[in-house]
Design a protein around this ligand. Structure first.
Ligand code: TRH
Length: 377
């Protein structure tokens, strides 16, 4: 009998919740052969990442995953062998009761948000007794061996390396997005939240000695871009040139296409959680626009990641990187820190490759989940 998994996803905002759970569900099917149901309370968000999906279907199978609408009026179903509530979303009480009453015991996991902070290792895998009498285990993704690891498909690095070694594949892929490469330009993707000082960066790119080709998938950053450009609302397909800066707005694309966009670019600005991890697998220098939290808790997370990521860089390159990431995440002007980062570009490029290889030598999150389940049985 195939092991069955139920993954519950409540879309709080943006695309990270569904982005992570959709990736995990696909991987558990494709690499482990499990039967996976993904319960999503907002199928419109899902359909953005997977446009072939039907946003009105109660149930549908996409890439081997049974995607189900998590409706408010919960209809009883037989719980799976392993149940994952993503990011502390609350399971339907009737489902919890069914888990407690199931003849064969159920592993209940809460998949937590990603953080590089030290405390993660200490909390990873801890149980918490629930009023239902069941234990719920906390599963923390992370960057170190004592954590639950990072979402990474088995062959993603090989695929990426093959793609990056083939300029024709890159040009062809970009062509499918309507992007024509400009000779000698630095190619950058920008997927970020609104940014009050974005203009400071755009100005420096426009004035730069080298052309920059900036690709911007539809999303929240467009409003900041529009402020700088002036004029009407930006749409996919719009293109502008200001000095050495060539801008192009891209449609929001399938998750697999977005991964390729990251592989194609020389530098990626990413946000949230899932695009941040994917940019690391791209093996290219990156900037993380972290998701803002109350009391600036996100700045501790940012610092914790930087502390790990910077290891192995020269002191000057470390400072350049830290200054840029901190300025960007505090909505401060970035012209100066960007220019300093450019001085250490080759070092950052090599470092990004090394980082991806080192992280990929650890167990990935799906494999770690399976191991956790086997140990628990
Ligand atoms: O969208 P995000 O900001 O998401 C999240 C959520 O807001 C969540 O509540 C918060 O807690 C978390 O951030 C930290 O960023 P993220 O995680 O990068 O998710 C974006 C997803 O969208 C990711 O799976 C990549 C995907 N994507 C596409 O599939 N196509 C695209 O064109 C683009 C730009 C992204």
């Amino acid at each position: 009998m195939r092991t069955t998994w139920d993954i519950f996803c409540s879309v709080v905002d943006n695309y990270g919740d569904i982005g992570v759970t959709w990736r995990l569900a696909r991987q558990l099917v494709a690499e482990q052969g499990f039967a996976v149901r993904l319960w999503v309370d907002d199928l419109n968000a899902f359909a953005r990442l997977c446009p072939q999906a039907d946003a009105r279907a109660q149930r549908q199978v996409q890439q081997g995953v049974e995607v189900c609408l998590w409706a408010r009026d919960w209809q009883a179903v037989e719980p799976a062998d392993v149940v994952i509530e993503a990011f502390a979303c609350e399971l339907p009480p009737a489902y919890i009761a069914a888990m407690a009453g199931r003849a064969q015991k159920v592993l209940w996991l809460n998949l937590e948000y990603l953080s590089a902070e030290d405390w993660v290792e200490g909390c990873h895998g801890l149980p918490s007794l629930q009023s239902s009498g069941l234990s719920k285990f906390f599963f923390f993704p992370g960057f170190t061996a004592g954590s639950g690891g990072l979402l990474r498909e088995r062959d993603v690095l090989t695929q990426r390396q093959t793609f990056q070694a083939d300029p024709r594949a890159r040009a062809e892929f970009l062509g499918t997005l309507g992007v024509e490469l400009i000779d000698g330009a630095r190619l950058i993707s920008l997927f970020a939240y609104e940014h009050a000082a974005l203009a400071s960066w755009l100005e420096v790119l426009a004035a730069g000695p080298q052309p920059t080709q900036l690709l911007v998938p539809e999303g929240r950053i467009l409003s900041s871009l529009q402020l700088w450009l002036g004029g009407s609302e930006l749409r996919a397909g719009d293109a502008y040139q200001r000095g050495q800066l060539h801008l192009q707005v891209l449609p929001f694309m399938r998750q697999e296409q977005y991964d390729r966009l990251l592989w194609s670019c020389d530098f990626n600005i990413v946000r949230g959680e899932d695009s941040f991890i994917r940019a690391q697998w791209a093996g290219r220098p990156l900037l993380w626009h972290i998701y803002k939290q109350a009391d600036d808790a996100h700045l501790d997370k940012l610092e914790a990641f930087l502390a790990l990521y910077k290891e192995g860089l020269s002191a000057e390159a470390q400072t350049a990187l830290t200054d840029l990431w901190q300025a960007w995440n505090c909505d401060a002007p970035v012209a100066e820190s960007w220019s300093r980062l450019l001085e250490y570009w080759p070092e950052h490029a090599t470092h990004a490759q090394d980082w991806s290889l080192r992280r990929a030598s650890q167990a990935d999150l799906a494999a770690a989940l399976v191991q956790f389940y086997l140990n628990w049985l």
